[in-house]
Each structure stands twice: as C-alpha cells, then as structure tokens.
Design a binder for this molecule. Structure first.
Ligand SMILES: [Zn+2]
Ligand SMILES: [Zn+2]
Length: 310
C-alpha cells in the first residue's frame, strides 16, 4: 500500500480551512513526512497520521515549511521517544533545523540527525531494512536559494507469474512456484530444468511519487516526474496572477499542469494554494484541467491511494 495524506495545503500562512505545508506518505506501514509547517503535529493527530516516523524531508526553509518541527520534536520528546530522527533538507539545513529543534527545549532526549542533500543525490537504504524497496531522488527546483524536491521511486517488481504456464511446463504447485516467481530456474523430479522465462512476464515498474515543494515550473521537475504515478506540484496562483507567480518563484495551476503533461504523469495534485483559494480552489482546477485532465486540488485531510499502473 502507498498513500499520501495532505496535512497542510495553504501557501505562506494558515487560513481557517487550510494549514501550512506538510504531507505524510505511508508505504507498507512506514511513514514519511514531507515539510512540517507550523501546527503540523495537530494536523497529524486530526487526520490519523502516526507519530512513529523517523524521517522528515524539507524542500527549503521558508517559515511556512518548517516551523512545525519545533513543536513536533518537543512532543516526541515528551512521549519518551528513544528512536533517532533524521531530517533532510538542502544547504542550510544544519543551521536552520539545528536552531529550530533546540528552541524551547533544554535537550532533545533522542538523537536528531540533520542531513544536507543536493540535487541529483539519491537517498538509499537507511539501514535496519528501511527503504529496501525504494529510493528517494533529490532534484533541484527553482525557488531561489538551492531549494529541492523529492521523488520516491520504488524498485522494479518481478514480472507477472502465469500459473497455467507453470502447470503446462509440468512444475508442481508449491515451493518451486516461489522460485520461478523470483526469476530462478527450477529442477524437476524427471531431470528437466525449467526456466522462469516465458512463465514469468517482464519486470514491472514500481511506483513514482513526486513532491515539488515551492517552485517555478522547470525542466528538473519534468525530468524527475517522467511517468510519475502521482505528481504533487505547487500551484500558488491562478492565471490572473501569473506575473506574480514569476516574481515570487511560484507556479500557476496551469503551469503545474504543463509540467504534468510534459512529464506524462498519470495524475496531478495541486497544493500550496494562495489564501484567496482557501475556500474554493475550483478555479485552479479548471485552469489546470484545460491542459492536463487528471488534475485535482488538495485540501487538508485529503488522502490519496497510489495504485500500481499494472
Ligand atoms: Zn511556501
Ligand atoms: Zn517558499
């Protein structure tokens, strides 16, 4: 299972309807957090997101994206957490997050490791079996000051196993089927060897979920989101404020849709919307759908399942 839950979808400041940026992603029971705007811990409680997480990914250090880490770390400390926490962010992470987590606490009672990441970096297995079936790719975004986005890319899956073909080849049901499924050849009692080829189809791609954070539409996002199952792109403004989007390093809904189209993504979700769209962001959806049909706009508490394409 892979799903995302939007915890905050408002740009720059919270509104009555929307909190500032944060999104949780749950994959096979593991929870990751992307951004942690002010008030994120309460949004996690409200929308049933586990506090048993060990990694938070930050795209940049504008206040609406990270202030919530101060309170979250404090609460985790009060809960007598012992497990280490890892925070990822672009250059400046050590200084900004380092200061943030020390605010208002004498000592964080668990280890907090802060890792600075760069565009092009791939965050692999974090040890202890975590992330053994996917990687996090870091890509550059255009929001000034070395901002980054993150792409969760699952490893390829084995091909589809065809039980009828296995039977036809004379392989009895049981542990030999398991071997074939893994792509191994099996020896039969009559001395024959049967290879997986023809019984197991070609390898199938894993899922790709891309989270841009704040950015202008840019080629790096198009590259990172090639064939994405889910692209979560910021859409702070509508068409009538496209100049403002350019000046402030943000995207319009239409621009986000153009990125999704160029990347041949399967699905686009807009987030980080300006306060003027707080109650209804239908205008943004309409502008984006003219370009890219499979568009929705996030709202706080919205959860999306990401199925396999095949
Ligand atoms: Zn922002
Ligand atoms: Zn920003």
């Amino acid at each position: 299972m892979l799903s995302v839950t939007f915890l905050g979808t408002s740009a720059a400041r919270p509104t009555v309807e929307r909190n500032v940026s944060a999104m949780s992603l749950v994959r096979e029971g593991e929870t990751l957090l992307f951004e942690c705007g002010e008030g994120t811990q309460r949004q996690m409680m409200r929308y049933g997101v586990s506090f048993a997480l060990s990694e938070i990914f930050f795209t940049h250090f504008h206040a609406d994206h990270f202030l919530g880490v101060i309170g979250l770390i404090r609460t985790l400390g009060l809960q007598a957490r012992a497990e280490p926490m890892r925070l990822y962010g672009p250059k400046g992470a050590k200084k900004v997050l380092g200061q943030a987590i020390q605010l208002g606490v004498e000592r964080v009672p668990f280890e907090v490791e802060i890792r600075e990441v760069k565009a092009g970096e791939v965050i692999r297995d974090a040890g202890s079996g975590m992330r053994d079936a996917y990687e996090i790719h870091v890509f550059g975004t255009e929001h000034g000051g070395g901002s980054v986005g993150y792409a969760l890319k699952e490893h390829e899956r084995p091909g589809r196993f065809d039980p009828d073909k296995a039977r036809a080849a004379g392989v009895p049901e049981g542990h030999l089927w398991g071997k074939l499924q893994k792509g191994e050849s099996v020896g039969l009692a009559d001395g024959r060897t049967v290879s997986a080829e023809g019984i197991v189809g070609p390898k199938r791609p894993g899922r790709l979920v891309v989270f841009t954070g704040d950015t202008r539409p840019c080629a790096a996002v198009v590259d990172a989101a090639q064939g994405a199952d889910l692209l979560i792109h910021e859409a702070t403004f509508g068409e009538e404020e496209k100049e403002r989007a350019k000046e402030t390093g943000h995207s319009t809904a239409r621009e986000a849709a153009q990125v999704a189209l160029a990347a041949k993504a399967r699905r686009l979700v807009l987030s980080h919307v300006s306060a003027r769209y707080s109650i209804s962001a239908e205008e943004l959806v309409k502008e984006a759908r003219d370009v890219f049909r499979e568009t929705t706009v996030a709202k706080d508490g919205m959860a999306i399942e990401v199925p396999f394409a095949d």
